[in-house]
Design a protein around this ligand. Structure first.
Ligand SMILES: C[S@@+](CC[C@H](N)C(=O)[O-])C[C@H]1O[C@@H](n2cnc3c(N)ncnc32)[C@H](O)[C@@H]1O
Length: 188
């Protein structure tokens, strides 16, 4: 995921307060959060056991806790307990993304922001057709990652209102490089 680091600061620019990061992965976002962040809870089914991840967590300028669990189950947080929710290259991999979005919406306080940068379905019909063709194989070889999810509709269907979403082409093959960087508010 290192090749994506250049996109992280812009995606995380407006994060503040208590942050929930879904799909915490190897803690690559931690050095890119702005000063207004006060604490962070990371959720990921993978344990944060490696020395490298532990070192990144210790070096963060705010407290970081890790929860080894799936976000598409019940999240162990109070309703309205976060100011910011973050996903980066994660909605592609969650088996039941709408369940996860419903939980994220529940724990985000009214007026709080959901910040994301994700890859997903191309607006070019030819590329989208290739994504649909390749996806069944890709899911199997890439640890459950889907290349053809329609990110904007998914976020909206999950109970959020998009206030901004920039669609652009990142590095790599077109089927994987359609990126969506957005800010959404919870719909009440
Ligand atoms: C492509 S990696 C991105 C990691 C990290 N967000 C980043 O930007 O480097 C996708 C992450 O989603 C996590 N993931 C997969 N299923 C999940 C689920 N059900 N709930 C939460 N995270 C999940 C994976 O374990 C993995 O860490």
């Amino acid at each position: 995921m290192g090749q994506m680091d250049e996109y992280r600061p812009a995606a995380l620019e407006t994060a503040y307060g208590r942050v929930l990061e879904v799909g915490f992965g190897t803690a690559r976002n931690l050095t890119h959060y702005p000063p207004g962040v006060s604490s962070l809870a990371g959720v990921d089914p993978l344990p944060a056991a490696s020395a490298r991840v532990q070192a990144r967590m210790r070096a963060a300028p705010f407290p970081v806790e890790h929860h080894a669990l799936r976000a598409d189950g019940a999240l162990p947080f109070d309703t309205c307990s976060f100011d910011t929710i973050v996903t980066t290259w994660t909605l592609c991999s969650i088996p039941e993304p709408l369940r996860a979005l419903a939980e994220m919406r529940r724990v985000l306080r009214p007026g709080g922001r959901f910040l994301f940068i994700e890859h997903g379905r191309s607006e070019r019909p030819a590329t989208a057709r290739w994504q649909d063709r390749l996806n069944p194989l890709w899911v199997r070889v890439a640890g459950g990652c889907n290349m053809n999810r329609a990110i904007e509709s998914l976020v909206q269907e999950g109970g959020f209102e998009l206030t901004a979403c920039r669609r652009f082409l990142g590095k790599g093959p077109r089927v994987l490089a359609t990126l969506f960087q957005g800010i959404a508010l919870r719909r009440d």
